[in-house]
Write a new protein. Structure first.
Lengths: 220, 220
DNA sequence: TCCAAAACTGAAGGATCATTCATATCTTAG
DNA sequence: CTAAGATATGAATGATCCTTCAGTTTTGGA
């Protein structure tokens, strides 16, 4: 997709006085609100500023671009998720397969559901410009952590922990995203919360029971 | 997000002569190309027209909006997927659990991978305006079909085929989407192709082995 | 109290874009 | 061959938006 100069994407200056800290925070939440209310297509610097109760110029004191603003917001949210997941991984070290599978799933669900509003809003930005790099970095870190977590599970030996970790993140990230983006009645959330841990466990159990080599020429 | 008038979203007129059919097709593919090359944010009527080798005015003879154009494209792509999946469901009626699980997964993968280019491009539109309704209709149809397919599996009895079907579509749609949207080296595609069918089977097997009632107060 | 730095303001410049319409070209039935 | 309908053109219009900057207000320390 787009290839924004990856350098000029950083905030312009850091708030020093208490006043400006408040301002930056206001801009941040206003952005998310506008994003939700009007969609990415209607996300306007003026609109955001208005909603934040500041002037457009103010925003440009902290962010050189509209893009930089969006970038910063996504980055923050991404950090939250990754941090939460790494903590969960730490918690789950040494526990059995079911605990690990279900623990990862609920950790992910909790992290995303904690701020459904922000999460949902942020999905909308992803397509707008190149976040692939950012997301990729997060993904790599996660896969690595989960992979080594899987190696240490006492009651199962996985042939390819890397693939398993990769698939796990895809399952977690994908299903939660898809469900959150849909109109979704509350019922769907409940189903997701109930079924996702089971899906993770089901997958891991299957993978860990298999012999190391491929011994299955499916019945097509 | 946005709420576009759902009525004024239809194509303006249908091509009659051969010439215009070619034109419409050119516009269609041009849109996807621009979408991929420049992202949604840079998707301009002029740019699309230019790429299609026609004039802007021409495009407005067939679509009343830019939105209508995007809408039409998504709709077509969605139809392809749903049709492919319904065909797969038909094929899989009466087969055992593993065949069903793996069959659904590969059907989904095939449908999406058949035109990676279009699929990837289309993910970008979703956020731009309200496709929720459209997607929801597709989802409901799919869940229903899969649910009844699961009921007929001979070697397993699922307590809640609806939840299972729902979760299955979330897993399929989500993981494939997430992987396709990432920068993704070819290796990741292979992993997905290998692991996704297993994930589906693992989930279904787990769900079908469980007693009907909840009998598991997790070990948290 | 006073001032230099920090924050904030918002009108205006400059650019991009969606959409229209008067005009030109092509197609085909008769 | 010809006229009527179908299709295509693209400059012009009006709207929206990002970004800047000259000037104003606020803050916190001396």
């Amino acid at each position: 997709m787009n290839r924004p100069a990856p350098d000029l994407l950083k905030p312009r200056k850091t708030p020093l006085q208490a006043r400006s800290t408040v301002t930056v925070e206001a801009i941040h939440t206003a952005t998310i609100q506008v994003l939700l209310a009007d969609g990415v297509g209607r996300l306007t610097t003026t609109r955001v500023a208005e909603r934040a109760g500041v002037s457009v110029g103010t925003m440009y004191q902290y962010y050189p671009h509209k893009q930089a603003l969006l970038f910063a917001i996504v980055e923050r949210q991404l950090d939250l998720i990754v941090t939460a997941m790494l903590a969960a991984v730490e918690q789950l070290k040494g526990r059995d397969l079911r605990s690990v599978a279900e623990g990862l799933a609920t950790a992910w669900l909790d992290a995303k559901m904690a701020d459904v509003v922000s999460s949902r809003a942020i999905y909308g930005i992803a397509a707008e410009f190149d976040l692939a790099e950012l997301m990729d970095r997060a993904k790599v870190a996660l896969v690595e952590a989960i992979s080594s977590l899987l190696k240490a599970v006492p009651d199962a030996r996985l042939a390819d922990t890397n693939s398993a970790a990769f698939m796990l993140t895809a399952l977690l990230g994908g299903s939660v995203r898809v469900v959150m983006e849909a109109v979704t009645e509350e019922e769907d959330f409940e189903r997701l919360r109930r079924e996702l841990p089971r899906a993770c466990f089901g997958y891991l159990r299957l993978v860990s029971n298999e012999p190391a080599e491929r011994a299955r020429n499916a019945d097509q």
